[in-house]
Design a protein around this ligand. Sequence first.
Ligand code: NAD
Ligand code: TYD
Length: 353
Amino acid sequence: MEYKKKILITGGAGFIGSHVVKRFVKNYPEYQIFNLDKLTYAGNLENLREIENESNYTFLKGDIVETEFINKIFEHHQFNGVIHLAAESHVDRSIANPLEFIITNIVGTTTLLNAAKNTWKDNSNDNLFYHISTDEVYGSLGKEGFFTEETAYDPRSPYSASKASSDHLVRAYFHTYKLPVVISNCSNNYGSYHFPEKLIPLTINNIKNNKPIPVYGKGENVRDWLFVEDHARAIDVIFHKGRIGETYNIGGNNEWTNIDLVNLLCKIMDVKLYREAGTSAKLITFVKDRAGHDLRYAIDSSKLQNELGWKPSLQFEEGLEKTVDWYLANEEWLNHVTSGAYQNYYETQYHKR
Ligand code: NAD
Ligand code: TYD
């Protein structure tokens, strides 16, 4: 079959990437979707079971940093579009080991940009390099105000500094080489298939197992939470309708202090697990604060809402309840992740023939 587009999605075995891959494979049978992923600790092919045998889906195992490999797949497959999500994504890990973030997030992005630039010599209108980024590049807000697309970059963790750097490089390739690019910066995501090192899945998992819930500092830091499928839908809209060279902020308009969020999760979990009200909240344990902990993130997504007609679909309480239900119904996924068994899935799935 002759496909209308060949799209390379990087990091498609991760949390957000797997939602994006599933959305594109299911909604666009006329597109051929390639998922390139190194399968680091955060990459889990079990996230993609429901589409792994679809004829318009291909998994490519590889590292975005490896120039020769990246050039080869661009030359071989002649992708029309790239949706780039592959990254090291956890702030605490970036504090412990910044270099890995520099290598994947900056060098890896540049390797992909070079490959796209060299392949798309006579940029047709059909080509697009879509870079997925974070609101953390804008730094930390006080009690007032929102991040807009015009807010000056002020990254403060090795993670956000590496993402900011990759955003700058994407813009540099647009201005210098006329590479057709678009960027979006999104707030904190939550939902199914979220690796349980991040606040929400970690809290759900610890409550389930009666383990302490670690809240950094006093729990007063604020994040703007967005349901992951709403992010995937925004990516779909921006990929198809976003203006070349533009940046779009994506957010939930949904600010919560960590402690209020954890308390809400405790309440939901008490009901779901038939525990007496107040049982889970007893697990809350205040621990040493994260170094350089950003106080508040909050996104103004009016450009995306007004220009492209996207808006968040779910109320937070509803989305959180759905998320808790998913984790409780998918014990096997969670057990495989916490035991490390998910890392064997590639071997069993792809080397069985
Ligand atoms: P994740 O850590 O769950 O997944 C990252 C994926 O990238 C994994 O599958 C991993 O195996 C893959 N990967 C890592 N290094 C690679 C390399 N060198 N080569 C190829 N693949 C590699 O991350 P996520 O939370 O799904 O985030 C995806 C993207 O969205 C990231 O770019 C992140 O900065 C951005 N983002 C995340 C959030 C959030 O709340 N999680 C919010 C805004 C933006
Ligand atoms: P996280 O999910 O790591 O996302 P990010 O740091 O990218 O916003 O953390 C969300 C918030 O929760 C952040 O303010 C740090 C805090 N946090 C805790 O209080 N305890 C934890 O165990 C973790 C992982 C995070």
